[in-house]
Write a protein that binds this ligand. Structure first.
Ligand code: NOJ
Length: 543
């Protein structure tokens, strides 16, 4: 494999609004990020992916962009951004932007202009007359945030398509001018020195037709817009015209995608794709219903992707997900389960993605009522459940909403145990988690050499010092259904990784001639390792 920065470096996702506030307004900002670059360098990460910081009405906290070439004043200015890029570079780190081009905000100048049917911008979006004499939406598609994917605009007397919120309007990629405008955005940022893009819902950008979809309980219409052949042609265009001309990388947020489909996207389109199969294990087909999580299923899914895809993205958290420890481990064993997840992230084959706070084991928050929740999708889901299941109790509805409440991972970064966790001197823009802040915070983690933070740091160091952990092959060993055991190897080196995914004590079957280089239970000696304790993991450098 040819050596590449993104193959041997770890990505750290920053949710800027909740990372660090430098000016005391309760909102994280670019200067706040700059003030924490030394911390990130110490952790050892190489690539910083920022969730959107562009101008935006913030209906979906920036995933609704109103100007792709400017910064939201809450976060700072373009000059601050240039400063961040150069300060990161000084520390050997590169910045990745979030590219949100399936849709623009309804406050984007293109959309405002598009309301004039004679404007060239009218064709930037899907404006259509509705069915039944314009009384009903043009087709039966669902919005991902529930309800119809169409909104009627009385001034235009037409409907527009929005696969997400009503203020997130889908662009029409049949229009050559849209493609050219997006290429301008890509070049604008690459020329400013960013290293690449995380591409939001990038496998939905091309709508082959606007015909009715087969009726489904969720995502009606998807056969017309998910993973379409036209989608691949557009990404190939971006690659040929732009990406291939820069030293850059792209990662696709590709929802609802299998391994074969992923292979198409990484063939001269995107560098890599997120796979979310393992992050949906405790959701039923209709995502408001819960399903029991089983470690053995996590093992199966991980093994399948690792064995069948050349390069994976190793990820357990992001700004749309609940925190990972309670999902895949347990808060009673938060250090142990956090370390188990860290071991997988950093030793499976693929680029590791750490989400802010994951390195100190931040946990979910609690929400007594909808009023405490900021997330737009949670509000939409609440309204939809109320409509479909009016007989459900408020408690039951809130449980269902909670499964889809994305605020859990958006709480302010816990820097210390002071008021507002050292995130800001003012009340944060989103409900914070003072209880969790006492349990875990950066200050406390830094002071304890056995903390989860130090385990992450050590794993990152070991991964960097041993290229076999990035470039080497992977081979799984037969093991207990709750245990993942694998070799990472090349012609010169080999490591054995053993991970107990469960809370149970399990007989250990792996003795290897070698030295334990990292163990979540601080073991030094392989021979005494008769049993794997709950969530135990260790890494052996083989002789
Ligand atoms: C995926 C993003 O991760 C999510 O936060 C956002 O709401 C949707 N795309 C729409 O942009």
């Amino acid at each position: 494999m040819e050596k590449k920065f993104y193959l041997e470096n770890v990505v750290y996702q920053i949710y800027p609004r909740s990372f660090c506030d430098s000016n005391g307004d309760g909102i994280g900002d670019i200067n706040g990020i700059i003030s924490k670059l030394d911390y990130l360098q110490d952790l050892g990460v190489g690539i910083l992916w920022l969730s959107p910081i562009y101008k935006s009405p913030l209906d979906d906290i920036g995933y609704d962009v109103s100007d792709y070439m400017d910064i939201h004043p809450d976060y700072g200015t373009l000059a601050d951004m240039d400063n961040l890029i150069s300060e990161a570079k000084k520390r050997g780190m590169r910045i990745v932007m979030d590219l949100v081009v399936n849709h623009t905000s309804d406050e984007h100048a293109w959309f405002i202009a598009s309301k004039d049917i004679n404007s060239p911008y009218h064709k930037f979006y899907y404006w259509r007359k509705g069915r039944a004499n314009n009384k009903k939406p043009p087709n039966n598609w669902d919005s991902m945030f529930s309800g119809s994917a169409w909104k009627y605009d009385k001034d235009v007397d037409m409907w527009y398509l929005h696969l997400y919120g009503e203020k997130q309007v889908d662009l029409d990629y049949h229009n050559e001018e849209v493609i050219q405008e997006v290429e301008k955005i890509l070049k604008f940022w690459l020329d400013r020195g960013v290293y690449g893009f995380r591409c939001d819902v990038i496998n939905q950008i091309y709508k082959t037709s606007l015909a009715n979809g087969r009726k489904r309980l969720y995502m009606t219409g998807k056969e017309h817009y998910l993973n379409q052949p036209g989608n691949h042609l557009i990404l190939k265009r971006f690659y040929d015209d732009v990406f291939s001309k820069y030293d850059c990388f792209t990662v696709g947020e590709t929802y609802n995608i299998d391994i074969n489909e992923t292979k198409k996207f990484v063939d001269h389109e995107l560098t890599m794709c997120f796979n979310f199969e393992h992050l949906n294990l405790e959701r039923a087909k209709i995502p408001v219903f819960k399903k029991k999580y089983r470690p053995a299923t996590l093992k199966k899914v991980i093994k399948k992707w690792q064995e069948n895809l050349d390069w994976n993205t190793n990820v357990f958290e992001n700004h749309d997900q609940h925190r990972s420890i309670e999902r895949f481990g347990s808060l009673d064993y938060y250090e142990e389960s956090g370390k188990m997840l860290a071991m997988l992230l950093l030793t499976l084959r693929g680029t590791p993605y750490i989400y802010q706070g994951e390195e100190i084991g931040m946990a979910d928050n609690s929400y007594a009522s909808l009023d405490e929740i900021n997330d737009i999708s949670a509000h939409k889901v609440y309204a939809q459940i109320k409509k479909i299941f009016p007989f459900f109790s408020e408690k039951k509805i809130m449980e269902m909403v909670d499964l889809n409440n994305r605020d859990h991972s958006r709480t302010p970064m816990q820097w210390d145990d002071s008021m507002y966790g050292g995130f800001s001197t003012s009340k944060p823009w989103i409900k914070d988690n003072p209880v969790d802040c006492q349990r875990t915070n950066v200050k406390k983690a830094l002071a304890d050499p056995t903390s989860l933070f130090h385990f992450y740091k050590e794993l990152i160091r070991i991964r960097k010092d041993n290229p076999v952990l990035s470039y080497g092959k992977i081979r799984f060993l037969p093991a207990n259904k709750n245990v993942l055991a694998y070799y990472r190897y090349d012609n010169n080196d080999s490591f054995l990784v053993v991970v107990n995914l469960a809370k149970k004590k399990i007989k250990n079957a792996f003795y290897e001639d070698g030295e334990i280089v990292l163990s979540s239970y601080q073991r030094k000696d392989l021979l005494s390792l008769d049993y794997l304790m709950p969530y135990e993991c260790y890494l052996v450098k083989c002789k």
